[in-house]
Structures are given as C-alpha cells and as structure tokens.
Design a protein around this ligand. Structure first.
Ligand code: NAP
Length: 358
C-alpha cells in the first residue's frame, strides 16, 4: 500500500479525478505490475496495472489499491467488474470511495467471492486524498485562502496598491500554488484595483503547464480590457454574493480545489462562513500602516469568538515568511455544521464562462 500511495502521487495534481495507485501481486507475493490513474477519462489505477500483466497471471492474484475499486460506469467501466473478470482472488484497499454513485465496489467483489480487506494505511491515504475527499463529501471544492501582508497586517497601501508587498521568492511560491489548484478566485474589487492576469507563471514569466480556471466573484462587470480576459482557460464570472452557491457551482463543473487570492472582502466573507480549509499567509518585513488591513469583519465580536488556527509550517522565502495554517478542527466542524443548516439560497446566476462552460 505504501508503494500504491507513491504511485498515486505520480498522477496529475489538478483535474476532475482522484489520484489512485495500484499494485498487482502474484499468489506468492511477487509484484506483477504497478499502475496509477493519469487523469479523468483514462483507465483507473487497477485497470492500468492489470493491462500490463499477461491475463493468465491475474487468476488468483491480489490487487492492492489506495481507493476502493469503483462500481460505476462513467468515462471508464466499473473496476470491480474488471477485477472479477480477470479472476483476481483478493483485493486490499485503503479507504472507501465516498462517491454516492461509485461506491459499492467492495460489496460487489465480496458478493462474488473475492476476499476484500479494507482500511490498510487508511490515515495516510485519507491525508493524501484530502482535497478530493472533502470536495466529494461536502459538495464544494477545497478552499485555500492566500494573502500577502506587511508585518503589521496590511494588504495594500492607502491608495490601494499592493504590487508588490512580498519579494520574488514568495511570488514564485504563489505561482506554484496557483498551478496546484483547479481554480483561482478573486472578487471584483481585486480585478478593478490590480488588473491581475490570474495565470500561473514561472521565473521568467512563462506560463506553467497547469493553469487554474480563473473565477471572478461579484456583480460589477469585469472590464472588456481586463488582463484576466486573456487567460488561456477563459474567464468564469459568478454574479451575486452567495459563496456556498458559487463554490457548489464550481464543484458541479469538476473543480475540486480553489485558490482564493482575495481580496480582503471576499477572503473575510469566506472565513466568516466557515468555508476555508487552509491559509497561506506571506508576511513581508515591511510596515505599511493605515486602513487597508488583510481581513475585515469576520463576525468576531468578542475575543472568545476568535478563529483558532493550527500552524502546519513556517517557511522563509527570501526576506519573507510563509505561514501555512488550518482552522482548528473542532471549531471548523462547528462552523461547517452551521453553514449546512443555514440553508443558503441559490440566488446566483450560476457560472458564466466567457468562452464556454468550465
Ligand atoms: N495583499 C494581498 O494579498 C491582496 C490580494 C488581493 C487584493 N489585494 C488588495 O485588496 C484591495 C481590494 O480589496 P476588496 O476587498 O475590494 O477586493 P475583493 O474582495 O476582491 O472584492 C470585493 C468585492 O467582491 C464582491 N463580492 C463577491 N462576493 C462577496 C461576498 N460574499 N461578500 C462581499 N463581497 C463580495 C463585491 O463586489 P460587487 O459589488 O461587484 O458584487 C465586493 O465589493 C486592493 O487594494 C488590492 O490591491 C491585496
């Protein structure tokens, strides 16, 4: 299973798919083949691995897979059936598939007489697939909020300018994070103030291979000459201020992770709504002062209501400091519970993509 997780990590980080690895073992425990999922529409990991083995050797073999084999005909056939037809005798997997329409593979295999073992290295597999699992379970993408601020917590100068608070190393790190998310989201305020391109770029300004889908949230129109309109993925605009509906709409279009780059209004609204899963805060050793703070009202009226975070890491990036943090689990679950019971309206117009639907 450890090898299966290594193989899973070879799959693409972004896209509408789970990253899964598989190892096929002979009845005596020899490795016959390895496979992994290479993206939506391509064979699942166990089928990829089985395709590399002489079919006669699969009779009585063991398949080790990091996610429960699917029971669903989508862009590919059900893996449970492929394993049965191959004559595999034993299936070992790490975590159940939470998808309502795809789970049940283990039951199908058991019913057909295959020995099935689940839960092997489940914690590691759960951590590895956390973004995808959250998006399937909650019906919204994983949300990472990023901001860059001065040491005194300012995100812009008094005139609204914020390019650049941090240095080159921090900005390059941001570009890598953009490429590692399915979508990048900002409010109309940031588009109007900064005219960002929302592309993921390398050191020399070249476009990276993975480009996040650019999403702008809010009612004000994006200007016809805005840089984001030149984005290679095409611009998605989401009108209205209903964050849960906006995230749900993105999830409906195959987005599993969103990188939120502000501004302070949209970031604060997401935090207040309990919709943030991770924070990346880039702190520069400069002082700006004034009114342009990185966050505005979070609905914290008294210190007892402060939002508690766990710091996962602190990293020096040139002169700047990156703090990676997550909401403390208990408080986050409480907020998510409130969110689910707030019965949000679905009053937005849904995504409109200036080129095509995402
Ligand atoms: N340092 C940094 O990391 C960083 C990052 C980004 C921006 N900035 C700076 O931040 C400033 C812009 O700040 P901003 O707060 O105006 O930008 P923003 O958060 O990008 O945009 C705010 C706008 O988003 C729309 N919106 C969508 N959903 C909303 C909701 N649920 N609640 C409230 N508003 C919602 C509203 O616009 P509509 O009226 O159009 O509906 C609102 O006015 C600029 O000075 C920029 O340079 C700094």
């Amino acid at each position: 299973m450890r090898r299966g997780l290594e193989l899973a990590a070879l799959g693409p980080v972004v896209g509408d798919h789970a990253r899964v690895g598989a190892v096929i073992l002979s009845p005596t425990g020899d490795v016959l083949a390895e496979g992994w999922h290479k993206g939506a529409g391509t064979p699942h990991a166990e089928v990829d691995a089985m395709a590399k083995v002489d079919p006669s050797l699969l009779r009585g073999a063991t398949a080790v897979v990091t996610l429960e084999p699917c029971n669903h005909t989508g862009r590919t056939g059900p893996c449970a059936v492929a394993l049965l037809e191959a004559g595999v005798a034993r299936v070992v997997y790490a975590i159940d598939d939470p998808g309502a329409d795809v789970h049940g593979g283990a039951d199908r295999l058991r019913a057909a007489g295959v020995e099935v073992v689940s839960g092997v290295l489940a914690d590691q597999a759960e951590a590895f697939l956390e973004r995808w699992l959250l998006s399937v379970r909650l019906g919204r993408p994983w949300v990472t909020v990023k901001w860059a601020s001065s040491l005194d917590g300012r995100a812009a100068a008094a005139d609204g300018t914020s390019k650049w608070i941090t240095g080159a190393a921090a900005r390059q790190h941001v570009h890598e994070q953009r490429a590692a998310h399915d979508a990048i989201l900002v409010g109309t305020g940031t588009v109007l103030a900064d005219d960002p391109s929302l592309t993921a770029r390398g050191d020399a300004g070249e476009l990276l291979a993975d480009q996040p889908l650019p999403v702008v949230l809010g009612d004000r129109p994006v200007p016809a000459d805005a840089a984001v309109r030149q984005h290679p993925r095409g611009l998605v605009t989401l009108s209205g201020h209903d964050l849960a509906a906006a995230l749900g709409a993105l999830r409906g279009h195959g987005v599993h992770s969103v990188f939120v780059e502000g501004g302070p209004t949209v970031a604060s609204a997401l935090i207040a709504a309990g919709l943030v899963d991770e924070y990346l805060v880039y702190i520069a050793p400069v002082l700006i002062g004034g009114p342009r703070v990185a966050l505005d009202d979070l609905g914290v009226g008294s210190i007892s209501g402060r939002r508690r975070l766990d710091v996962l890491s602190t990293t020096s990036l040139g002169p700047d400091l990156l703090v990676r943090a997550r909401p403390q689990r208990a408080q986050h679950q409480h907020l998510q519970h409130d969110q689910q019971h707030a019965a949000p309206g679905h009053g937005d117009d849904g995504p409109t993509n200036d080129r095509s639907t995402p």
